[in-house]
Design a protein around this ligand. Structure first.
Ligand code: FE
Length: 156
């Protein structure tokens, strides 16, 4: 049996900035579980920009619980705000948009499998999964002096 994971204050969004892994200038994520054994990850995505973020196609299911701010997909007519939950089915291609009046959005995502970034014509541009996330996390902790093995607490 593998070890459990307990993260106190997991939803405290404004505490330790070292726990946020930068993905680009305005996008960062905080890992909760990196399950390489079952091919999924749970993280909190934080976006401090507005506009179209990315268009991508998932090969597995996604669960999204919005904690702060507001966002939506071009492909759906709902808008997610704090407290809202969404399920996105495997095979879906969607385009994440943060409205202009939002300074920050934070959402807890449970992502199984991976997703492929695609252009408007569906041409693949890159991919992400628990393994690319783990690599980002390790590099970040190494860079800030906590050491790459700090990522092991989220790894199962
Ligand atoms: Fe997605």
């Amino acid at each position: 049996m593998m070890d459990d994971i307990f993260i106190g204050g997991a939803l405290d969004l404004d505490t330790d900035e070292r726990h946020w892994i930068p993905q680009s200038d305005d996008v960062a994520f905080k890992p909760l579980v990196l399950s390489v054994s079952q091919g999924y990850y749970v993280n909190i995505l934080r976006v401090r920009a507005s506009g179209i973020l990315s268009r991508h196609r998932h090969n597995g299911p996604v669960h999204a619980l919005t904690l702060r701010g507001k966002w939506h997909y071009l492909e759906h007519d709902w808008v997610a705000t704090a407290g809202d939950y969404a399920f996105e089915p495997p095979g879906e291609t969607h385009t994440l948009v943060v409205p202009e009046d939002v300074t920050e959005m934070a959402t807890l995502f449970h992502v199984t499998g991976g997703y492929v970034y695609v252009d408007p014509y569906g041409k693949p541009l890159g991919y992400e999964d628990v393994f690319t996330k783990l690599e980002n996390v390790r590099q970040h902790y190494e860079r800030i002096g906590l050491g790459a093995s700090y990522a092991d607490r989220f790894l199962r």
